[in-house]
Design a binder for this molecule. Structure first.
Ligand SMILES: [Zn+2]
Length: 269
């Protein structure tokens, strides 16, 4: 599943390919994604892409007076290809630009293509989203304030997109390990000192993943291969029973909110 780092790397790859170009056509081969593809996207023809932004895991193709909102869902990927490239079975949507096309491939069809006129931040999918972890909005004091009064486990708090966006299951486990925090600790018990460690750990974990993606995903423009999700060397995630890379104690797994959490009982007391 594409996480924030994959979406951010996709954004960085797409932005220079699309910015300043005029949309010359739209191809909808299968409108039934997570929500039906907006009929309104036809109105995009003739508009110029100003920029490509990201909010959480949503990509926002800025067309001046509105945004095309793209979400990769469970299995989606975006590629820039030469015009006329034959579409595969799962290539449901193209945005055409004369000399290139932006193609959405989404085998499981949980992705989204929606047109948001006006202020995209007020769109129903975006309005409730929490703070961006890579922005200055996430700092030790803000994280400390946000967690006050919350009895939920810190791991689940981190994954709640209404608080902080884009810290998925893998990155929550990895960040808590880096910060030396037990994933079961109540969010409301996070001290200011731990908050400092955790906000830095979240940024570091996501930044490292983006960097890894930048090198492994360089060919996503123009290539027509597989999904291109990153392969990473995790500290604790998916390492149950293996020795901690720091202290050698065996990594343990527990289930929180129906999801696996991995942690080191030695480093995360
Ligand atoms: Zn350890």
């Amino acid at each position: 599943m594409p996480e924030l780092p994959e979406v951010e790397v996709t954004r960085r790859g797409l932005a220079p390919q699309l910015a300043g170009r005029v949309i010359s056509g739209i191809a909808v081969r299968e409108p039934r994604l997570r929500w039906p593809i907006d009929a309104g996207v036809r109105g995009l023809i003739g508009r110029t892409v100003k920029a490509v932004h990201r909010r959480g895991k949503y990509l926002l193709v800025d067309c001046g007076d509105g945004h095309l909102i793209l979400h990769l869902g469970m299995s989606g990927s975006l590629r820039v290809l030469p015009p006329g490239t034959p579409a595969g079975k799962h290539d449901h949507f193209d945005l055409e630009f004369g000399d290139r096309i932006l193609r959405l491939r989404d085998p499981r069809r949980f992705g989204a293509v929606l047109w948001a006129p006006g202020d995209a931040m007020q769109h129903r999918l975006l309005a409730h989203l929490g703070i961006e972890p890579l922005s200055r909005d996430l700092d030790p004091r803000r994280l400390h304030t946000l967690t006050r009064g919350h009895r939920t486990a810190i791991k689940l708090f981190l994954m709640d997109a209404r608080r902080i966006v884009g810290v998925g299951n893998i990155y929550a486990s990895e960040s808590l390990f880096r910060a030396g925090i037990n994933p079961r600790m109540r969010a409301g018990r996070l001290s200011l000192d731990k908050s400092r460690k955790l906000s830095a750990a979240i940024k570091q974990t996501l930044t490292k993943a983006i960097r890894a993606g930048g090198s492994t995903l360089r060919d996503f423009v123009g290539s027509d291969g597989n999904s291109g999700y990153f392969q990473q060397r995790h500290l604790v995630y998916d390492r149950e029973g293996q020795p901690c890379r720091r202290c050698g104690v065996k990594i343990r797994r527990l289930v929180q909110g129906q999801r696996s959490t991995f942690f080191c009982p030695g480093c995360q007391k």
